[in-house]
Write a protein that binds this ligand. Structure first.
Ligand SMILES: [Zn+2]
Length: 365
């Protein structure tokens, strides 16, 4: 990457607890957020070797691992557990809103029709999140590795659920495998339904891939997109269009987009006026969490609490959350910044009492 790391900054206020900073995780894949213990339980139940996570020699290998995780979700009970735990883990990270990427057609007909699967995930996500202050929306995401006609079918389903739990439409998979032009029809359907448009791009491929995605799909947000840093004109276009990049630091390091976190262009993008949120991508496969991503931004990129709070604000403002929920969260972010540190310890979240969540074998730095 051509970016030169910024010099160390003043982090004098870094004793504010980042778990109490209200934030949205906009770049999260549902199955990729499975708990390690759940992965082991399912592998044991189905007498299958537990997929090895955390080290990949190629993006293909990473995708292969993801598919192995998906294959272990075989019943509606498995799906219920996954969704409930993903929501609980989001709360433990201080996330007040998540909108995971998900494709219900993957589980049809084994778990019911695509609508049945979607209804199940939305019902569990909402029910699990409500008492612990986590809002739940879904991003239905088509795969570049499938026939673009499948994307069009999925977009029609997403459009049917606009206003009923689905808030966004995305595109996943290897961006080198299929250009965005093949998905124009699908994204037009999603956009017409009022959904947020948020394809992956600018991760494995650089400026030309981002530019063609902007031209073909008119995204509101981009999952990754960090290689826009290679072209100042492209950063200007993102900044002017207020197109948010949902950035995942650990993912970019593990998958070799950057060699070291310290070389990550996040600060350069922000200083160039590009809106950025922080997301976890695949907590299971990358051994991270959205809280860990904020901690890494603080400790390894020397970001100040003001900068971290600004990214949290961007995350909720760029989300599909209801307007009053966004306003309430922004108030909470401001309170986190202004609250005295001693008050912040054990403080309440902006959406109600801080929940007592069961401890689990999650990932820490
Ligand atoms: Zn992703």
């Amino acid at each position: 990457m051509p970016h030169t790391p910024s010099p160390a900054r003043d982090v004098a206020s870094s004793d504010r607890d980042l778990a109490n900073l209200p934030k949205a995780d906009l770049h999260l894949h549902l199955e990729g957020a499975m708990r390690p213990g759940t992965l082991a339980d399912l592998a044991s139940a189905y007498v299958t070797p537990t997929p090895e996570v955390g080290c990949y020699r190629s993006f293909d290998e990473f995708q292969h691992c993801y598919r192995a995780v998906v294959k272990l979700i075989r019943t509606r009970s498995d799906m219920r557990r996954l969704v409930r735990e993903v929501v609980e883990d989001a709360a433990a990270s201080g996330a007040v809103w998540i909108e995971p990427h998900f494709n219900p057609t993957t589980y049809a007909p084994a778990l019911g029709s695509a609508e049945d699967v979607l209804d199940l995930v939305l019902e569990i996500g909402t029910a699990a999140g409500s008492p612990i202050g986590v809002g739940f929306g879904l991003t239905l995401s088509a795969s570049r590795n499938r026939d673009p006609r499948d994307a069009t079918v999925l977009a029609r389903l997403a459009a049917d659920y606009a206003g009923r739990g689905v808030v966004a439409f995305g595109l996943t998979g290897d961006e080198a495998a299929a250009p965005p032009e093949a998905f124009i029809e699908a994204f037009a359907i999603a956009r017409d339904a009022g959904l947020i448009i948020t394809p992956h791009t600018g991760e494995l491929m650089g400026g030309p891939s981002i530019r063609s995605t902007l031209d073909a799909l008119s995204p509101d947000r981009i999952a990754h997109g960090i290689r826009a840093v290679e072209q100042p004109a492209l950063m200007d276009r993102l900044a002017t269009g207020r197109i948010t990049l949902d950035v995942c630091l650990t993912s970019n390091r593990v998958l070799g987009v950057v060699k070291h976190i310290e070389e990550h262009p996040l600060l350069h993008l922000l200083e160039s006026g590009v809106p950025c949120s922080l997301g976890s991508d695949d907590p299971l496969l990358l051994k991270t969490s959205v809280l860990t991503e904020y901690q890494i931004a603080r400790t390894q990129l020397s970001m100040t609490d003001q900068q971290l709070a600004a990214m949290a604000s961007t995350s909720i403002q760029s989300s599909g959350a209801p307007t009053d929920f966004i306003a309430q969260t922004l108030t909470g972010i401001e309170a986190w910044l202004t609250r005295h540190v001693s008050d912040a310890l054990g403080a309440e979240t902006p959406n109600g009492p801080c929940p007592q969540l069961p401890h689990h074998a999650g990932w820490t730095l």
